[in-house]
Ligand binder design. Structure first.
Ligand code: PLP
Length: 447
């Protein structure tokens, strides 16, 4: 009976769902995974098979699946007041309390919160805020936005335009007028031919040259993940975040830090910008782990300096900041985020990540001795294993096929890792323990 249910589900899915980021040639795949149950770090499929989820949903699972406390918080808020418009000066208790809490957790003077529905809409909103801010300060010519190759910032048209993977640009019409891509800033000491200092100097020279070429007075913002996540867990050279932040400040360019993945504990802190990288950005983008994936929510955290300047210089004839969504700061999502933060603080989940994160990386790095592993890189609970056949490194057809085989083996052995080009990407739920880390490494090693 279970098998028939499974077949019905797969058939309905294949016929009616256009999946996000799906390989269209494999849409009626009989082996599609239908996840029906989840608890802690494990998920179960429609045939009853259990997997250790080393993908963490999609970078978003922090406190683990199936937490009754979170479900109760969602239900309580839904019963009390499910939804009302957030537009204008209408607020809700969960949104106001969450904004206050985020201001407390975020660095420096980032005390103003603009809620959205996900990471992509938060990125779009941040760029709109940057443009609005500059125009309100009498500098409407500041419109160019800098991003990097291999960046991932989301899937709305503007966020997607900021993404830097050539492979994802097929058949789309991206914004080319004001979006510019600098080089991918990843630096992997194990395979690099140059020193970290040399790489940093090159990246800074390129950025400075681009700003000069465009004209510093025309550049609005730089959007950057502190560590590039979906582009292949690319860790910039030491000092990169601080130096680029200073370069932006020197030219009046707003620094927008995309902490959709690096925030909410994945690097061991609620926000990594200040504690890990020594910067206070002008804006921070957050989503995913803010609700531990239990509800869709995104937010732009904005410095008082920017928010106050916008408020003070609102044009008299049109004083509306015309950006926002029907579900911005949805009460159920905000109540979920508040409970999620309460659990993370009570159980000191960021502290747990600071403790197990180095162990995770140390154990994973043992895999570099294997002939099909080109390199292993990452930071705390975001990592990837890069595969190669020993001939040419990078996302060649052979290396991608090899990574696929590793991922398929892992799945058959009860471990979910995320296949991406020739990489196996890992971002387990933040509650992962040492024994589970050992299991992840053992299955990968067998594969
Ligand atoms: N920014 C980063 C760094 C991401 O990894 C993602 C999603 O993976 C996004 C933004 C977009 O977030 P969402 O998928 O919630 O729109």
């Amino acid at each position: 009976e279970g098998r028939n249910d499974h077949k019905d589900l797969i058939a309905a899915d294949a016929r009616h769902v256009l999946h996000p980021w799906a390989d269209l040639s494999a849409m009626s795949d009989e082996d599609a995974l239908v996840v029906q149950d989840a608890k802690g770090v494990h998920v179960q499929d429609s045939e009853g098979k259990t997997y250790l989820d080393a993908i963490g949903g999609m970078w978003c699972m922090t406190v683990g699946y199936g937490r009754d406390e979170l479900v109760d918080a969602m239900a309580d808020q839904a019963r009390k007041m499910t939804y009302y418009t957030p537009f204008g000066d209408v607020s809700s208790e969960p949104a106001a309390r969450l904004a206050q809490k985020l201001a407390e957790l975020s660095p420096g003077d980032l005390n103003r919160v603009h809620f959205t529905t996900c990471g992509s809409t938060a990125i779009d909103s941040a760029v709109r805020i940057a443009h609005y801010y500059h125009a309100s300060q009498g500098q409407p010519e500041r419109r160019h936005v800098l991003s990097r190759k291999n960046a991932y910032h989301g899937s709305t048209y503007l966020a997607a335009s900021l993404c830097g993977k050539a492979a994802d640009r097929t058949l789309f019409q991206y914004e080319k007028d004001f979006v510019h891509h600098l080089s991918s800033p990843g630096y992997d000491a194990d395979i690099a031919e140059e020193s970290s200092e040399q790489r940093l100097a090159e990246l800074l020279a390129e950025m400075e040259a681009k700003i000069e070429e465009l004209g510093p007075e025309t550049v609005a913002a730089f959007v950057a993940e502190p560590i590039l996540a979906s582009g292949g867990v690319l860790v910039p050279p030491e000092g990169y975040q601080k130096a680029t932040r200073e370069l932006c400040a020197k030219h009046g360019i707003l620094y927008i830090s995309d902490e959709v993945v690096t925030g909410f504990g994945r690097l061991g802190h609620f926000f990594a910008s200040e504690v890990r990288f020594g910067i206070v950005p002008d804006m921070i983008i957050t989503a995913k782990g803010i609700t531990s994936g239990y509800q869709p929510l995104g937010a732009v955290l904005i410095s008082d300096r920017i928010a106050d300047a916008i408020g003070e210089s609102a044009p008299e004839n049109k004083p509306v900041f015309s950006n926002g969504y029907t579900y911005s700061g949805h009460p159920v999502a905000c109540a979920t985020a508040l409970k999620n933060i309460e659990i993370m603080e009570r159980e000191d989940i960021p502290g747990h990540v600071r403790e197990v994160g180095p162990y995770f990386m140390k154990r994973l790095r043992e895999l570099t001795d294997l002939p099909i592993v080109y390199t292993v890189r990452g930071d705390h609970l975001m990592a990837c294993v890069e595969c190669w056949t020993g001939e040419e490194a990078g996302p060649t057809a052979k290396n991608m096929a090899l990574a696929q085989r590793v991922d398929s083996y892992c799945q058959s052995a009860g471990l979910l890792v995320r296949p991406y080009e020739n990489l196996c990407i890992l971002s387990p739920p933040l509650i992962v323990g040492r024994a589970q880390i050992d299991k992840i490494v053992t299955i990968l090693e067998d594969a």
